[in-house]
Write a protein that binds this ligand. Structure first.
Ligand code: ZN
Length: 88
């Protein structure tokens, strides 16, 4: 673990012997968010890219259009916009 990289958090902690030491912990990964409204996406796992790559593809994002990219509300708007564009 590289201690000066941005994804590592420094924590001051007292050891059982009474000394104060700095321990380093990985920061939590932020959840996936909708590209339009910024809502947290359900059905999309949070973790390092390596952890997510280990999952089956069906568990990485909802299996629908814009799954894992837009929230269901924005997806509905986007798809209806596309269909309206096709009519004219
Ligand atoms: Zn949205």
């Amino acid at each position: 673990m590289r201690k000066k990289s941005g994804n590592v958090k420094r924590i001051n902690r007292r050891t059982p012997g009474g000394r104060r030491t700095v321990i380093y912990k990985r920061k939590k990964h932020s959840p996936a968010r909708c590209a339009i409204c910024g809502a947290i996406l359900a059905g999309v796992p949070t973790g390092s890219p390596g952890e997510i790559r280990g999952l089956p593809k069906t568990k990485r994002r909802p299996n629908r259009r814009y799954g894992g990219y837009l929230c269901p509300k924005c997806m509905r708007l986007k798809v209806s916009e596309e269909i309206r564009g096709m009519l004219y």
